[in-house]
Write a protein that binds this ligand. Structure first.
Ligand SMILES: C[S@@+](CC[C@H](N)C(=O)[O-])C[C@H]1O[C@@H](n2cnc3c(N)ncnc32)[C@H](O)[C@@H]1O
Length: 178
């Protein structure tokens, strides 16, 4: 059980599924979902209101430059973010910065290019058909990591502990800050 009013941030929250689910399961958490896409954030917000989840907010932002001071969050999660990001190491440095000492970070990244690319390709296709290709900032193909490359990303910051594993279609990492 997280401590009362613990702060959790989800970077690259997209439609906000995990932010909402965590906020709903743990009413003592203050959850913030951050994404660069206004459309995704609008959906995330509307859904949270419709479900009556009121300990969850959404905000437009860049995962490379989170507009919060160092040590702002107790928990951080990111799911399928590095797969669309041209600079996962830089994003991880920012994650490390905004986590408080003793804070924890949980990351999930897909292992298989084919499966990870299907939703991206569909989004890209829809945007192209609608003539919005220039507004569609995500790649149409996913980047995926070998377990070794995924693990190496975490050597760049002085985490107190890092656990990396794979299960099903995903690599997972759970890190604790000194
Ligand atoms: C593949 S989606 C994953 C969404 C969600 N985390 C999930 O697992 O359902 C990647 C998300 O990262 C967001 N994103 C990509 N680059 C970003 C950046 N530099 N700053 C903030 N969000 C970003 C995209 O807008 C998109 O919503």
């Amino acid at each position: 059980m997280p401590p009362s009013r613990a702060r959790l941030v989800e970077l690259g929250c997209g439609p906000g599924f995990y932010s909402r689910a965590l906020a709903k399961s743990f009413p003592e958490l203050d959850v913030l979902g951050v994404d660069q896409s206004c459309r995704q954030l609008e959906y995330a917000e509307q859904k949270a209101v419709a479900l009556g989840v009121n300990n969850c907010r959404f905000e437009r932002g860049d995962v490379f430059d989170v507009t919060r001071p160092a040590q702002s969050f107790d928990y951080l999660i990111a799911s399928r973010l590095f797969t669309v990001l041209p600079g996962p190491a830089r994003a991880l440095a920012e994650m490390f910065r905004v986590l408080r000492s003793g804070g924890r970070c949980f990351i999930a990244e897909p292992r298989y290019k084919f499966w990870a690319s299907i939703p991206l390709f569909m989004l890209w296709l829809v945007a192209s058909v609608r003539g919005q290709a220039n507004g569609c900032r995500e790649p149409s193909m996913a980047t995926v990591f070998s377990l070794e490359r995924f693990e190496q990303l975490f050597y760049m910051q002085p985490w107190k502990s890092v656990r990396v594993w794979r299960e099903g279609r995903y690599h997972y990492a759970l890190c604790e800050k000194q």
